[in-house]
Design a protein around this ligand. Sequence first.
Ligand SMILES: Nc1ncnc2c1ncn2[C@@H]1O[C@H](COP(=O)(O)OP(=O)(O)OP(=O)(O)O)[C@@H](O)[C@H]1O
Length: 199
Amino acid sequence: MPTITINNLSKSFQEHHVIQNLNLTIESGDCIYIHGMNGCGKSTLFKIIAGILKPDCGTIEESDDVEIGALIENPGFIETESLSYNLLFLANLKHHYDQNKISHLCNLYHLDYNDKTDIKKYSLGMRQKAGIIQAIMENQNIILLDEPTRGLDKESIQIFIHHINNLILENKAVIIASHDYHEDMHFTKIYKMENGHLI
Ligand SMILES: Nc1ncnc2c1ncn2[C@@H]1O[C@H](COP(=O)(O)OP(=O)(O)OP(=O)(O)O)[C@@H](O)[C@H]1O
């Protein structure tokens, strides 16, 4: 069962102690909601879990079967290429993806997989949906989503909530950091991030 165990994690930027002795366990079937004030360290925590940023101290233990998917801050794409090019490019980095599944996810979020428009011409919400898709499309089992509903219209938010609830039923783990709380989301754990800890 994919599991991540975080023990006594700390991270500072110069004298600014953003994360202090933080502990968190992420297991299959978890739907975790993390909220907290601007600048409290949510994105920093996600970057450390995703391996983009090194902690100053503490440990992150991952079981061998962990596959992390992540949407953190603004999703980065090759701006002068299309949606499908970008998604296939990202999926190709790991070589285990199902093109039909990617196309199905695009349909789910009302994005046209066959659209040849450069992604730089996409709206904020369309980019955000592409960012959600890339975090999920390779069957990742621990999915980190930082402000996933930013820029999404009401219908897309409902699609997203339904989609995440289904992923939890499939025993994936989803961790959402957001200022928006969605009642219909089946959260199993709710934390406030404050003074570098999760409360
Ligand atoms: N690379 C960096 N260098 C210096 N300070 C940084 C760096 N990255 C983040 N910080 C600082 O760390 C703190 C936490 O930032 P972070 O982006 O994790 O907050 P957040 O909780 O995600 O905020 P928001 O809700 O606004 O998205 C902020 O004070 C930020 O300025």
